[in-house]
Design a protein around this ligand. Structure first.
Ligand code: NAD
Length: 497
């Protein structure tokens, strides 16, 4: 069993302090120890970032982008190795891991356009011989804290963009599946990134608190559960930092009576059960408009949920792997128990699944509840497992009211053939990311990602144009070059044209 290392100032660093176990969820065995950084370790990463910043901030954006072009190539060349590491520690299937990596690479491609995205804005002749422009300058040392469920993609939402904008970045990945995240950071180093521009420090609350409290850290990007997002947002903004903290979710799909049901069912199966439901954009509630749609949906879903192909994530051709930890599996089982006790109809029960040869793995089959109502815990809370709840309503308006009343507002989707209904839904729904016949509307890298309500704390969404704004600060410059022969008298009134 190996001890995972930190990456600080371009070097892999051993840490002899506290550690945590990293599991292979398919076998239930501990496969690594991960160090939990002390304040001193965090400070050494901050010091290296601070030392690297003056040279990196004046490195031309095109040079910074060249590192990203090489990084993209290395990521593509190492796809199989990275996917294997993701799957071994997270449990998701190899195909799903490769998909997450590809969506992460999109963000590296966006970062390759650094000279274009940092061009700023220019106005000539705003006054006599006066020109004005806005410059977007880096913040300095910035940090990111990421969740277990996308160990490759979510860090790639953050640091490629932060770095091409001229910042130095400290990443604190999830302590549950850190190996792929570390390997990816090493590839960026290999692509020619100067030492200190990116550091990876592993850890838990102690490491996060050290980053929040460090005055040198100017901004924090967080992705994870809502209670931690809220904690980080309030603690870090109190200290004057810029924060974007993306939290949990409960994503509803609305099925209209005119929907193409077969296609909607296929889409729902992937969106609800893919990655074992451990996605912040997973559809966890299907809202059926009318009993006829609900009955037809349940009839089509039941055999498909029962037939899900489940096994060790690293085997080929599967639909679903295990949950990330035994604790996560037990938590999801607890929700299923709670749903039954509160009167929901459990039409498929995924508990008690045993996979031959992997009896100690953290497996659960797919579960499906019908007749779920809004006061139930399984409706209100994020389950983060392979459980889909069906809620029955009588109209689109009632479906929208239900979604708008929910505390989360990350993603949602409507299945319909009716353009008018789709348009109303897009206009009025209080959710940050909306799909029309698209179950997982995760924006491409040149748009930005973020939820509403208690799914995001902060003003700017992640990556894309909002990411550029988040990792830069605007400087407005007004410049005058008077003609040599002219002399202007002092002007005591406020300058105007
Ligand atoms: P988590 O909140 O437990 O952990 C996220 C990060 O916070 C980790 O790096 C962890 O080490 C750190 N952390 C944990 N406890 C902490 C504490 N008390 N103080 C400070 N830091 C702490 O989340 P998770 O279980 O890793 O990930 C799943 C959650 O993330 C789900 O709620 C999911 O919806 C959410 N998520 C949201 C998005 C989004 O874009 N909105 C994307 C992915 C995941």
């Amino acid at each position: 069993m190996s001890l995972i290392q930190h990456l600080i100032n371009g070097q892999l660093v051993n840490d002899t302090g506290r550690t945590a176990d990293v599991y292979n969820p398919s076998t239930g065995q501990v496969i690594h120890q991960v160090p939990l950084a002390s304040r001193d370790t965090i400070q050494s990463a901050i010091d290296s970032a601070k030392a690297a910043f003056p040279a990196w901030r004046i490195t031309p954006p095109a040079k910074r982008a060249q590192v990203m072009f090489r990084f993209k190539q290395l990521l593509e060349q190492n796809e199989a190795r990275i996917s294997q590491l993701i799957s071994e520690e997270h449990g998701k299937t190899l195909e799903d891991a490769a998909g997450e990596l590809k969506r992460g690479i999109e963000n590296v491609e966006y970062a390759c356009s650094a000279p274009e995205i940092l061009k700023g804005e220019y106005s000539r002749n705003v006054g006599p011989n006066i020109d004005a422009w806005s410059d977007f300058q880096p913040l300095g040392v910035v940090a990111g804290i990421t969740p277990f469920n996308f160990p490759a993609m979510v860090p790639l939402w953050m640091y490629p963009l932060a770095i091409v904008c001229g910042n130095c970045f400290i990443l604190k990945p999830s302590e549950r599946d850190p190996s792929s995240t570390l390997l990816i950071a090493q590839l960026l180093q290999e692509a020619g990134l100067p030492k200190g521009v990116l550091s990876v420090v592993h850890g838990d609350k102690g490491a996060v608190d050290a980053l929040i409290e460090a005055p040198e850290v100017k901004a924090l990007s967080f992705v994870g559960s809502t209670p931690i997002a809220e904690y980080i947002y309030s603690e870090a903004t109190k200290r004057g930092k810029r924060v974007q903290a993306l939290g949990g979710a409960k994503n509803h799909a609305v099925l209209m009576p005119d929907a193409d049901l077969d296609n909607a069912v296929s889409a729902l199966m992937g969106a609800a059960y893919g990655s074992c439901g451990e996605r912040c954009m997973a559809i966890s509630v299907a809202v059926c408009v009318g009993d006829q749609v609900a009955d037809a949906l349940i009839a089509k879903l039941v055999p498909q949920v029962k037939a899900l192909k489940i096994g060790a994530g690293t085997s080929c051709g599967l639909d679903m792997g295990p949950l990330v930890t035994g604790q996560a599996r037990d938590k999801v089982s607890g929700y299923i128990e709670d749903g039954v006790a509160s009167g929901a109809e459990l039409v498929v029960d995924g508990r008690g699944l045993s996979i031959a040869g992997h009896e100690d793995g953290f497996f659960l089959g797919g579960s499906l509840f019908d007749r779920v109502t809004p006061e139930m815990r399984i409706y209100k809370e994020e389950i983060f497992g392979p459980v889909l709840c069906v809620v029955r309503v009588n109209s689109l308006e009632a479906a929208m009211q239900l979604i708008n009343d929910h505390e989360y507002g990350n993603g949602t989707c409507i299945f319909t053939r009716d353009g008018e209904a789709a348009r109303l839904f897009c206009d009025e729904i209080e959710v940050g990311m909306v799909g029309v016949n698209v179950p997982l509307p995760v924006p491409v890298a040149y748009h930005s990602f973020g939820g509403w309500k208690r799914s995001l704390f902060g003003d700017l969404h992640a990556y894309g144009p909002d990411g550029v704004r988040f990792y830069t600060r605007r400087k407005a410059i007004t410049q005058r070059w008077p003609q040599r022969a002219s002399h202007e008298a002092s002007q005591f009134a406020f300058p105007s044209l």
